[in-house]
Design a protein around this ligand. Structure first.
Ligand code: ZN
Length: 420
């Protein structure tokens, strides 16, 4: 049924509605759209995103429909338009729809500082506060850190520093062995690692803030046996630039490297066999190992997020699993099976498990080597073999639980964001 003048309407999405970039999710593109006035997020398929992007109040439905047909070779008739407008209207994304105000009430009790959110007895969050305001202040002071020149120079320095660390690994191992005989010094290294980890989380928030995102909560999360600080950042999936998304994910490791840097000259110039040299050497080694672990492209670590951002892919690991499942089904069905993925996506989703296993395996081997070189002179080979088995099991358990934790968080976010 044709309604006269229906296609001459010029509806517009609300000015508060922000469209995220188109990201690959399996074989297709999808985007996040956020209503800043309510904080609600929805996921749009590529065709609907195309339409929403053009609903600006200046173009008629007929004009948008013509553009749409050229790109998607499908017509948008009145019925299609009615469904789309009803859908967007129901989500209150259109100008002139029923008003809905942002909740201005104080934060929910579960987000208040000191609140404990317990999912199970072995997993939960302890909220320490909302870092939004302090980050706003700090951002004014450390804004220069976001200059590409500062970043490039710092990365060149880190590269040079890590070359020095690797070339003097034998001496650093001896310093670390000395640490194992002096628990107080070992504790100093653990404290330095804790400070570095805290700064890591703040760096994520600060970078998100720099690119117009926000950090809304910091705290301690536990997913036993893993316990780690966290910083909840918002709006990263709305950053149009993949570099900005990657930079936000990389910022934590960058902060770790910045903290690590002064310890190289400290180690270099402190006298041999001194406490300072042992602590500096221990922190250089432990800091380098933990930063490398964080940059692995697995278990939803920061390296995994950086890789996904650079490839413009969301949920790389889940989508790789889905692709492999579909590939097995297609192989079983023979010529009838279909697998409608772009060629590059087949390569990326197919290659990801190899990248994950090889990088994780190489890291574990390096860790075992370090444990032997540091531990054997103090405890002997047998004890270190036991210790290495325990450390490997703990690292694997931490990776698995971290992955499960991140997955739970991603599922919660997906539940909060409705697919439109
Ligand atoms: Zn991080």
């Amino acid at each position: 049924m044709k309604i006269p003048g229906f296609l001459d309407q010029r509806p517009a999405v609300k000015p508060d509605v922000v469209l995220g970039p188109a990201l690959w999710r399996g074989p297709a593109l999808s985007s996040v759209v956020m209503d800043r006035s309510t904080g609600r997020q929805y996921e749009l398929n590529h065709a609907l995103r195309y339409v929403v992007e053009r609903l600006d109040g200046t173009r008629t439905l007929a004009e948008i429909g013509e553009d749409y047909e050229r790109v998607f070779t499908r017509q948008l008739d009145e019925n299609s338009w009615s469904r789309i407008l009803a859908l967007l209207g129901a989500r209150r994304l259109l100008v002139g729809g029923p008003a809905e105000t942002r909740t201005t009430a104080p934060p929910a009790p579960s987000s208040a500082p000191g609140a404990v959110r317990r999912a199970t007895w072995w997993s939960g969050h302890l909220v320490l506060g909302n870092p939004s305001l302090p980050l706003e202040r700090w951002h004014g002071r450390v804004g220069a850190l976001f200059s590409p020149y500062v970043f490039g120079s710092a990365m060149a320095l880190f590269g040079a520093a890590e070359v020095v660390v690797v070339r003097h690994l034998g001496e650093i191992f001896i310093d670390c062995s000395a640490l194992l005989r002096r628990p107080v010094l070992l504790l100093a290294v653990v404290l330095l690692l804790a400070v570095s980890t805290g700064l890591h989380e703040l760096a994520h928030g600060l970078t998100a803030r720099h690119f117009d995102g926000d950090a809304t909560e910091i705290g301690i999360a536990w997913f036993l046996p893993a316990v780690f600080p966290y910083c909840k950042v918002e709006g990263v999936s709305l950053f149009a630039s993949r570099w900005r998304r990657a930079a936000t994910a990389f910022a934590g490791a960058f902060a770790n490297l910045l903290v690590l840097l002064p310890f190289l000259p400290l180690w270099w110039w402190s006298g041999s066999a001194t406490s300072l040299r042992a602590v500096a050497g221990g922190f250089l080694l432990a800091g380098s190992v933990t930063t490398a672990a964080n940059l692995l492209p697995i278990a939803r670590m920061d390296g995994y997020q950086v890789l996904g951002a650079l490839l413009n892919i969301s949920n790389l690991s889940d989508e790789s699993r889905r692709y492999r499942r579909l590939l097995v089904r297609k192989v079983r069905r023979g010529p009838d099976g279909t697998l409608d993925y772009p060629r590059w996506a087949r390569w990326v989703y197919g290659a990801y498990p190899f990248l994950a296993v090889s990088s994780g395996g190489a890291f574990l081997l390096a860790l075992v080597y370090v444990c032997f070189r540091v531990g054997a002179p103090v405890f002997g080979n047998l004890a270190v073999t036991v210790l290495v088995s325990l450390v490997s099991a703990a690292v694997l358990a931490a990776l698995v639980t971290r992955n499960a934790y991140a997955r739970t968080a991603a599922d919660a976010a997906a539940k909060a964001s409705t697919t439109v």
